[in-house]
Design a protein around this ligand. Structure first.
Ligand code: FES
Ligand SMILES: [Fe+2]
Length: 378
């Protein structure tokens, strides 16, 4: 396993932090909607949230409201939450369960769970009206490791191709079978990129996370993905520390069968653009980022456990949740302090440290995607 991790990762000479405009400009935020959030595969949550036919969740990506529903063939459909008649929102709830159909609350146009128009009052009096020309607009979806992804592009890069470096990488954790037992939503006054960047380094750990650095040596990180859209690797646990929990003990039955070497590490990956995956022996934590404005991001954090986790007499999910909720608050505060600073006219790009090579890689990928899309639109 050790040889699998390459340590050839180096900081490119001259690597510097991004200019302030990337964190504060509403124009750049708008460009990101078109060039990144409308082109990338975005994590919407877990398939288990809509396990039964009719169950739905609604997600907001920029201006777009997206309806994710399990249809009667048990397939997941992603549909624009926009009626094909006069454009009303179809569904104003965040989640729920439809019967066999979705009815617009305005004039009762009715769609089946695949988005096909099946009823439109009085429209048979309109010449040439054909229901099959007015299905809800659909969105490309994919599923991976129990997560639902969507891509708003009409012609996205195939998911398997885009996610090729990750496809089987995390199979030891049995992710499709894990159950989400806890979720916390945070509202953070910081740009989404500051949150990814903060996640991708432990340079800040000694000052920001005094409890974390008692469990994991802050310079123990080794990365096996250090270029492109997927970045991360592992950090080691100190001897005697079993997991990242308040008690430093594992808090549930392991989610998989791990080697001793795997048991002494936590894996952390930033999956471009908005999924952060933290894989522990006894649970998996993930964050999804929901950029709301250049200086504001909603973050959801969920904790996944083995289906039989509660069989352990020591089962205590809150041991993990309390540890990371404390750590999350510490991180969000650091990100908010940074947002304040990079908004200053006095801020200018500065050199990254050797412990921040993933941030330089993230910035490079980000700028590449932003400029590629801008060039294509010229
Ligand atoms: S806007 Fe939906 S039926 Fe009229
Ligand atoms: Fe942190």
């Amino acid at each position: 396993m050790a040889a699998y991790y390459k340590t050839a990762e180096t900081l490119k000479p001259g690597a510097q932090t991004l200019a302030g405009k990337y964190y504060v400009s509403s124009d750049i935020f708008d460009q990101e909607q078109g060039s990144i959030f409308s082109q990338s595969w975005l994590c919407m949550g877990r398939t288990s949230e809509i396990a039964q036919p009719g169950e739905y969740i609604v997600r907001q990506v920029g201006q777009e409201s997206i309806l994710l529903v399990r249809d009667q063939l048990e397939e997941i459909q992603a549909l624009y939450n926009v009626c094909r008649h006069r454009g009303s929102r179809l569904c104003m709830q965040d989640s729920g369960k439809f019967g066999a159909s979705i009815q617009c609350p305005y004039h009762a146009w009715t769609y089946n769970l695949r988005g096909e128009l099946i009823g439109a009052p009085l429209m048979d009096e309109v010449d040439d009206f054909r229901k099959q020309e007015h299905h809800l607009h659909s969105i490309h979806t994919a599923q991976w490791e129990g997560f639902i992804f969507i891509n708003l592009s009409d012609d996205p890069e195939p998911f398997e191709q885009a996610f090729n470096p990750l496809i089987d990488k995390f199979s030891a954790w049995n992710l499709p079978h894990l159950l989400s037992l806890r979720r916390i939503d945070y509202q953070v006054k910081a740009n989404w990129k500051l949150i990814v960047q903060n996640y991708s380094e432990c340079y800040h750990c000694p000052l920001i996370h005094p409890d974390l650095v008692r469990r994991t040596p802050y310079r123990s990180g080794q990365n096996d993905l250090f270029e492109g859209p997927y970045l991360g690797g592992f950090m080691e646990l100190y001897d005697g520390v079993e997991s990242m929990t308040m008690s430093s003990r594992i808090c549930a039955l392991p989610v998989g069968a791990f080697t001793d070497e795997q048991r002494s590490r936590i894996d952390y990956y930033a999956i471009f653009p908005t999924l952060l995956l933290s894989l522990h022996l006894d649970y998996v934590m993930f964050h999804t980022l929901w950029p709301l404005a250049s200086g504001e991001t909603r973050i959801t954090c969920e904790w996944l456990f083995a289906p039989n986790a509660a069989d352990s007499p020591d089962f205590d999910p809150d041991d993990a949740v309390a540890f990371w909720d404390m750590t999350n608050h510490q991180d969000w505060r650091a990100c908010e302090m940074t947002q304040l600073g990079v908004s200053s006219r006095s801020y200018s790009p500065a050199p990254y440290s050797s412990a921040e090579s993933l941030l330089a890689a993230f910035d490079e990928e980000y700028l590449k995607r932003l400029s590629t899309a801008l060039r294509e639109h010229l």
